[in-house]
Design a protein around this ligand. Sequence first.
Ligand code: HEC
Length: 132
Amino acid sequence: MTRLTPLTMLALALTFGTSPAMTEEAGKSEYMNSCATCHGEMADGAGPLAELMTVPVPSLTDLSARNDGVFPMLRVIHSIDGRPGIKGHGYPMPVWGKRFQTDIENTGPYGAETIVRGRILSLALYLESIQE
Ligand code: HEC
């Protein structure tokens, strides 16, 4: 399990206030916009682009089941921010553009880092909430 660092908690608090429901809603819309085309609306790996991929698109609802019952939070966060360079995600030009990179522009008073961390975390928390 990953422990939330103080900066992460601050990012969460700034981005979402204190409502878990809002966090989940934000994460779901990030998912539908950036991930569902391949991983599917139900995260079952059967999105419309899946059949065009040369590597199989995995289901994202059994991440915990495939990891001894523990949601692999850090691995999921890294798979979104690009560190492991998952081929299917199109690195070095990720299929979701700069949405989860800190060099996005026009970020307002809190800066890109906070906004991007919030987006990634809400997305990871959404995925955690749909584990089977
Ligand atoms: C263009 C299609 C595509 C899109 C869009 C996409 N993925 Fe993936 N994803 C893949 C493929 C293909 C793999 C597995 C292949 C590989 O390992 O290179 C994968 C692997 C993963 C994995 C690793 C799964 C495991 O079994 O460990 C995670 C987590 C993941 N994706 C999350 C996401 C999230 C979150 C998004 C949205 C931000 C997203 N993906 C968007 C195609 C996509």
